[in-house]
Ligand binder design. Structure first.
Ligand code: GLP
Length: 242
């Protein structure tokens, strides 16, 4: 695990974009794993700037979302597909038809997980996976207690996650969906290169567990210790308890 401590969010954005750009230079049709949340936003912004300047093209890439709420209408501003379109797809030159998320609108939500796994496998697997982390250790929507071997599946969200995410729903926890479709920890570990971003004092404890703690489903992010190629990008505050 490579841990890189950076000065600020802009620098995190630049170094994260460098990692993606290296993959795309080696494989123009790279398969990108896309995270929502505030952590990867600066990476997306920097990628957008490089594409605008003609320094980078993601035109041949494919993208897969980590997770999605169940129960929000298509086009809802907080649906993760809408968020990724707004923050990433619209900023770069990737073909929107080549960006996929778990389908939370079908009749058979249990079948959506295996179908998504198949779509990822058909694309050749994920080359580089961006990740954020929740303060209690969740990656994607794999909250504490999630199996470290889990795959994409329908699951319920804990009250804590819904409370954390209520900030995106005008502070109304009742408006946050109760269910989601999420890549599993096992799905994430199958990515070839994992890039986790954490910033701010609120992430200091979970970063400590990630880097120095024991591998445990109590802190799902610690599963990254089992992976051969992980880059952790931190600001000073997130690294303050290492
Ligand atoms: C959400 C997402 C996670 C994300 C987490 C942290 O719950 N499902 O994928 O990592 O929030 O978000 P942030 O980066 O805003 O701290």
């Amino acid at each position: 695990m490579e841990v890189v401590i950076l000065d600020d969010a802009e620098q995190v954005g630049r170094v994260g974009a460098d990692v993606i750009a290296e993959h795309v230079a080696a494989k123009p049709a790279a398969v990108l794993g896309l995270a929502t949340g505030s952590s990867p936003v600066h990476v997306y912004r920097e990628l957008g700037a490089r594409v605008q300047r003609g320094e980078l093209s993601l035109a041949q890439c494919r993208g897969f979302l980590l997770d999605e709420y169940v129960g929000l209408p298509a086009g809802h501003p907080e649906s993760y597909r809408t968020v990724i379109d707004r923050e990433f797809v619209d900023a770069v030159d990737i073909d929107p038809a080549n960006v996929h998320g778990p389908d939370g609108h079908g009749d058979d939500l249990k079948a959506a997980g295996p179908a998504y796994e198949q779509l990822i496998a058909d694309a050749g697997g994920i080359d580089v996976q961006l990740l954020g982390v929740g303060t209690e250790g969740h990656i994607a929507f794999n909250e504490p207690g999630s199996s470290l071997a889990s795959r994409t599946r329908l699951k319920s969200l804990t009250l804590r996650t819904r409370q954390d995410n209520a900030r995106f729903f005008d502070g109304d926890v009742e408006a946050v969906p109760q269910h989601c479709l999420t890549m599993g920890v096992g799905t994430i570990l199958a990515g070839r290169h994992l890039v986790l971003i954490a910033m701010g004092e609120a992430k200091a404890q979970v970063v400590r567990e990630l880097v120095e703690g024991q591998v445990s489903a109590r802190w799902p992010v610690t599963a990254l210790q089992l992976h051969q190629h992980v880059t952790v990008l931190l600001d000073g505050a997130a690294a303050s308890r290492l």
